[in-house]
Every structure is written in C-alpha cells, then in structure tokens.
Write a protein that binds this ligand. Structure first.
Ligand SMILES: *Cc1c(COP(=O)(O)O)cnc(C)c1O
Length: 579
C-alpha cells in the first residue's frame, strides 16, 4: 500500500516534470512565431553564451520582444563552457579560463532529439529551454542546442562547448548545428514559424534546411527569411573553403546549393543569407550604406540598434523614471520628458551609481579613486579597430589635462583568445598605467561582462569611444551610458552619427564621416578633438559649470535614450521586416 502511494508520487512527478516545459510553452506553441537565430545571446552574466555586442543585442531584442508581446522564439548554442573568463597577471597578460555554467540550474532539458549529418555521422542534438518572462508582457522561449548527447562521438559531443572556440572546422560544425539543427528542433518541438531572422551570418545554414523543406524554391525561402548583418568589413563575414565544406557536408546536392547561393570560390555565409532573404538590414544608417557598397546589387535597409532600457538603467535611475515617467519601461519614448525630473534628483541618481562603481574599483584594485574626480570609462572588446589606447597617444597632453582638472580612467575588455594584437593592447595599457601612476589614476578591470558593463556605463561621467572609422557598425555601450545620463565622447562612427549633436548630446572626436580628407588629416583631427575638447570644454564644464553638465545629462536621456532603445528597434523590425 505504502509502496503503491510512493510509486504513484514518483510517476506523478516524472509526468509533471516532462510536461512542465510544454505547459510553460503552451502560449508560445499556439502562436505564429518569429524564430530569431543567433550564435550568441547575452541573457545574464552567469549564462556565459555571449562574447560582446552581438550577444548583448540579441538579449535586448529578446527582452523587448517579450515586453511588447511579439511572438518570438530564439535559438542559439548552449556553449556551456562559455566564451572565457578573463584574469590578468601583473604585466597585463590575459589568462583565459573555462567559463563553465550548468544549464540544469537555469533551464529544462526537452525530451525531443534531432539529428544533423556531419561527415558520415548522425550527430544527435538535444535542447534546453529557458523561458524569458517579461514582468510587463509576454514570454520568449530560448532554445539552447546541445550536442553533448550520449551516443555521439566524443568529438561531436564538444561541438557546443565553446562560443567562438576552435578553428574553421569547429565553427562550421557549430553553424551546421545552429542553422540546420535549429530548424529541425523548432519543428520537433512543435513551434510554428512565420519568419526566420538570422542575426549575423552564423546561422545562415538554416536557409539550406528551408530550401530542402520547400522543394528548393528560393522564392519560398526568401519569403521566410530576414538577415541582419553586423560587420562593415569584408573580413568580418564568415567564409569557408569548399574543401572544408565538402568534407563536413558530404551530400553533393547540398554542396551544389551552397555554391549556387553562397558563392563559387568559397562559401560566404553572408552572401548565402542575403541571396535567400527578402529583407536585409544593417544596424545603423551608416552601416547599411557601407554594406550596400560592399555588396552591390542587394537592397540593404537600415534598422538602427537600441538597448533594453530597463536592463541598462541603473537601479537609481529606474526608481526616478518610475516615479516621474510611469510606464517608461514599456514606452521608453517617455524619456523625452526627462525635464519632469528635478536636476537635484538626477544628479543624486548619477552620484549613487558613480559611488557604487568607484567603491568596487577601490575594493578590487586598492587604487584609491575618489567620487569627485571626473571619471572617464572605456570598456569594449579589446581589438585593434576599437583603438583603446588612442587616448594615450600623447601622455604629456593627458598630464596637462589632468592639471587643468583631475581625471581618472576605468578600462575593461576581453581580447579574443586568437587576437594577439588585442592581447598586446591590454599589456600596453598596463604599461601606461605604470607610467602615469604618479599623475593619473587608471585601472583595468578584469573579466568584462554584462554585470560589469552595467556598473561601468552607469558609474562613470564620460563614456569614451574611439574606433577606427568606419569599422564600428553600430556600438551599443554608449546607448547604455545615455540611459544613465553618462555623456558620450566619441568618434563619429556607427550609432553616434545619428545620436550626436555637438555640445547638446555630447561631443565628437574627429571629422564627420562624409568629409573628404586624408587618413593623416583624420588622425590629426581626432587627436586634436580628443585632447582639446577634454582640456577646453569637458574638464572645465565638469568642475565649473555644473548646470551645463546637467543639460548634457538631461539631453543624453531625453534625446538619446528615448530613441536608441530596443523597444523602438523591435517595433521597426515588426513593421519593416516581420510583417
Ligand atoms: C554592451 C556590451 C558590449 C558592446 O559594446 P560596444 O560599445 O558595442 O563595443 C560588449 N560587451 C558587453 C559585456 C556589453 O554589455
């Protein structure tokens, strides 16, 4: 008798466990979804499936889709050994550690399994489902594909271990799993899909699977596909040698299809995606122009990126916005009415976020930064085109600026494990920190991730951005800064071309993008702006014209955050691409 009750309880539990995620998904399975494919997704710091801006954007797209009740399902790889966790030795050498996380802590394993063919093997794929629930709207299921399945060969079990790890061969296997496996998994789970959105070319093999499902009719597939490109440089687009392609994809017909739509000489994932999408876009107006020049013959639209307002506003600003601009989180346009908020309270919110950051910096580094000093932040991927050391081009200039009014600098960022030049940049910054030790306090914080980003973009006074034009397709950290009244000081590239009004929303570095001048003249103008504006405008205003500074804070919120948010971005995707 007791045994029977006991057994019943077990059976009941198993049954419910099995049904649990399906119950949760009921709403999502009923609707016609947009399936959003992305190699990386930045949901939260402890789910290490992102490396930088692309993942952050995917996370913000999901958060806004959920808030706005857009029928959305996202697909990515589980990457459960992460991108990497960064530590730095005293010389600034980057040490890369596995950033392992356990999917079982956050998500439910589904019982469905699908297979993809790699070489002659059937590689089994399973899926973890995480349901992102908006507290003001709906939910978005996120499917994390996982090849660590019993029965797979050990080589195949590792395909979904590391984000952007390994070589070309590893990457192409990941793209087979993401694109082809992802479509199959959506089918197996019973999702109905009205459109497939490829966030960057990594997932473009989904179009191969769709061709097979639609009697190889490109017209039908194009109706279903949307492609967003994120890089303005030729070399940034994922390409594969056909030798490698043929080795991994044995089916001759499939390789023929890839050749037909993805390029004769090598398989270009972006070309393939563009040839099979009815809607293509770049991530800022400038980026879509550059992409159009790079790929003549394709209509490349522009939908300028945005960030998720609620996620990136500090707790202090959230409280203020809640009080003075109710409903702002689902209607960030309301931030345009920032004038409703008394300046004293705005300054207090900024001050609180700054205090938190400075406390953390001092706790971690013991460098003894103070709350009153003008604090400049620079955090992004450490890679050459971002030019993290541009501000150190002339140390004497920097010293004189520091004499005009004290400054302190906070840096952070990871270099890709294969990016030797990027790693050298970190070492260079460490050397400069030593050189300037007696004059200017500078720190480089380890392991830049979403949590640290949130603290930095809210806790500094000025957000510095010095990419080499036109390599910054968009950039998003400056939009996060603006949500916290942190003022942008940036090269006119990416989103800043659209957000910048000199002395009103922030300051520019270097010429306007359409000025026809030589590289040397551009470099001279950049350094002149960087140093002169710090010396003559930014430092004096910070210390001597608090009212003027508060205007810039207000304008950052009212004129930048009100527009450069992912709610606006997702509404544009709905009306321009999804409908
Ligand atoms: C926002 C964000 C980025 C993107 O910053 P950019 O300005 O686009 O370089 C990169 N990494 C993390 C962790 C972020 O939160």
């Amino acid at each position: 008798m007791y045994i029977l009750i006991f057994l019943n309880i077990i059976v009941y539990n198993i049954k419910n466990k099995g049904l649990d995620y399906m119950d949760n998904l009921h709403e999502a399975l009923e609707r016609q979804n947009i399936a959003y494919f992305s190699m990386e997704i930045g949901l939260r710091s402890d789910i290490a499936t992102y490396a930088g801006g692309l993942g952050g954007l995917a996370g913000d797209a999901i958060r806004s889709a959920a808030d706005l009740n857009i029928p959305f399902v996202a697909v990515t790889l589980v990457s459960n050994k992460g991108y990497f966790r960064q530590t730095l030795d005293p010389a600034g050498n980057q040490i890369e550690h596995k950033d392992e996380w356990n999917p079982a802590h956050f998500m439910t394993l589904c019982k469905e399994e699908v297979k993809v063919k790699i070489q002659d093997r059937d590689v089994k794929i399973r899926a973890w489902i995480y349901t992102y629930k908006s507290h003001i709207g709906g939910c978005v299921p996120i499917i994390f594909l996982d090849t660590n399945v019993e029965g797979n060969e050990s080589e195949d079990r590792k395909i979904t271990d590391f984000l952007y790890g390994g070589d070309q061969r590893y990457r192409l296997k990941q793209e087979i799993v993401l694109g082809i496996g992802g479509v199959r998994m959506l089918n197996a789970l019973g999702f109905r899909v009205r459109k497939y959105h490829m966030n960057e070319g990594h997932s473009s093999l989904l179009a191969l699977e769709l061709l097979k499902q639609n009697s190889v009719d490109p017209k039908k597939v194009k109706e279903l596909c949307i492609f967003t490109t994120h890089t303005p440089v030729e070399a940034g687009h994922d390409k594969f040698d056909y030798g490698l392609v043929k080795d991994l994809i044995k089916d001759k017909n499939n390789v023929e299809i890839l050749r037909k739509f993805g390029g004769q000489n090598y398989f270009d994932t972006s070309i393939f995606a563009m040839n099979l999408s009815n809607y293509i876009n770049g991530v800022t107006k400038r980026h879509s122009q550059i992409s159009s020049a790079l790929y003549p013959g394709y209509k490349i639209n522009a939908i300028t990126n945005g960030v998720h307002s609620y996620t990136w506003a500090s707790p202090y600003f959230r409280k203020l916005y809640d009080r003075y601009l109710p409903d702002w989180e689902n209607e960030p346009e309301l931030l345009i009415r920032v004038g409703e908020i008394p300046d004293t309270e705005i300054w207090e919110a900024h001050w609180s976020a700054k205090r938190d950051l400075i406390d953390e910096v001092n706790k971690k580094t013991g460098v003894g930064m103070d709350y009153d000093t003008l604090t400049i932040g620079f955090a992004r991927r450490m890679t050459s085109y971002k030019r993290p050391t541009l501000i150190f081009s002339d140390l004497e200039m920097l010293r004189s600026i520091n004499k005009r009014g004290k400054i302190q600098l906070i840096f952070a960022g990871k270099a890709h494990p294969n990016d030797e030049a990027g790693k050298q940049i970190i070492r260079d910054i460490f050397k400069i920190i030593e050189t300037l030790r007696d004059d200017i306090k500078i720190v480089f914080l380890e392991n830049y991730n979403m949590d640290l980003a949130a603290k930095m973009v809210s806790g500094v006074d000025v957000w510095l951005n010095t990419p080499n034009c036109p390599y910054e397709a968009s950039g998003t950290s400056g939009m996060k800064a603006a949500h916290n009244g942190v003022v942008n000081f940036s090269v006119l590239d990416g989103w800043w071309i659209e957000g910048w009004i000199e002395d009103v929303t922030g300051w520019s570095i270097g010429p306007k993008p359409d000025e026809k001048i030589s590289i040397e003249e551009i470099r001279t103008a950049e350094l002149r702006d960087l140093y002169y504006k710090l010396y003559y405008i930014i430092v004096p205003m910070y210390y001597e014209q608090k009212d003027e500074w508060l205007k810039l804070i207000n304008n950052s919120i009212g004129m930048i955050a009100s527009y450069f948010n992912s709610h606006r971005m997702m509404r544009y995707y709905v009306t321009q691409a999804y409908l």
